[in-house]
Design a protein around this ligand. Structure first.
Ligand code: NAP
Length: 247
């Protein structure tokens, strides 16, 4: 059995990843604030098992308590492959530092950086000694490599995730039963996140016209197409351990 946890599986990229992963012999653990019920029923139709978990990953102080039952639900006696795909993320609130609502700002950092870090930590802590294939994939962004006006929290949390993955990979290289880890940058994909970007004020986000043009010109790829590539990479024998990779 392959047991795979996916955060942000209710819609957008994470939902497509779940649908591409759905096949017999896999149990998918779908996490988001909402129940992911629609994703789960389609996963089951495709022959996989699905368990849904309603967790707000921006409440990092509660993550250990809310994530432990997910880890407990993994049947370690039967599993030959255990995975975690840290996909849930947000762009909200967009604008220059100093302008944000402080609680929204904190929630952004907790969802985009603290939760993937803590989930990876809890995953490694629980499964390190298991002699099976174990993988943690972080969904990154090109924004980790360049500053974008209005996105200081997004750029920096994604840059943090890149370094987190590289450092975990370095540590895991000396372990007996290593957890493989990597970052996958999907590029621009047509989801709610892109839709939101196009509605933003130029003052908060001066690149808004570029993002509007990108959607018009067909430069934003369909999420299902990119999810297919990501799933191939995630399940391949030669996983790109320690790498920042993309579509
Ligand atoms: N779209 C792009 O062009 C693009 C480009 C580069 C990288 N990415 C990255 O790709 C990943 C997925 O993005 P997307 O475009 O699919 O975003 P999306 O369409 O906005 O979907 C976000 C997902 O995350 C979940 N989520 C949001 N807040 C949450 C919270 N507090 N706790 C738990 N789950 C939460 C949402 O479910 P609920 O609302 O039900 O909680 C939803 O399933 C993100 O990491 C993003 O940074 C996207």
């Amino acid at each position: 059995m392959q047991e795979i946890i996916i955060t942000g599986a209710s819609r957008g990229f994470g939902r497509h990843v779940a649908l591409k992963l759905a096949k017999p012999g896999r149990c998918l653990h779908l996490i988001s604030r909402s129940e992911s019920a629609d994703t789960a029923s389609q996963v089951i139709e495709r022959g996989a098992e699905a368990k849904t978990w309603s967790i707000d990953l921006s409440r990092s102080a509660e993550i250990e308590k809310s994530f432990s039952p997910v880890l407990d639900a993994i049947d370690t006696k039967e599993a030959g492959f255990i995975g975690l795909i840290n996909n849930a993320g947000t762009l909200n609130p967009v604008g220059p530092l100093g302008k944000y609502d402080t609680n929204e700002y904190r929630a952004h950092l907790e969802l985009n950086y603290v939760s993937p870090a803590v989930l990876a930590h809890l995953f490694v802590k629980r499964f390190q000694k298991l002699p099976v294939t174990k993988r943690v994939l972080f969904i990154g962004s090109g924004a980790s490599q360049r500053p974008i006006h209005g996105w200081s929290h997004y750029c920096s949390s994604k840059a943090g995730v890149d370094m987190l993955a590289k450092t975990i990979a370095l540590e895991q290289d000396s372990m007996d039963h290593k957890v493989e880890t990597a970052v996958f940058n999907p590029g621009r994909i047509e989801t709610d996140m892109q839709e939101l970007l196009r509605t933003l004020d130029k003052e908060d986000f001066p690149l808004v016209d570029d993002f509007i043009a990108s959607a018009k010109d067909g430069r934003n790829l369909p999420p299902g197409q990119v999810a297919e590539k990501m799933v191939l990479l995630f399940t391949a024998d030669n996983f790109p351990h320690g790498e920042i990779t993309g579509r």
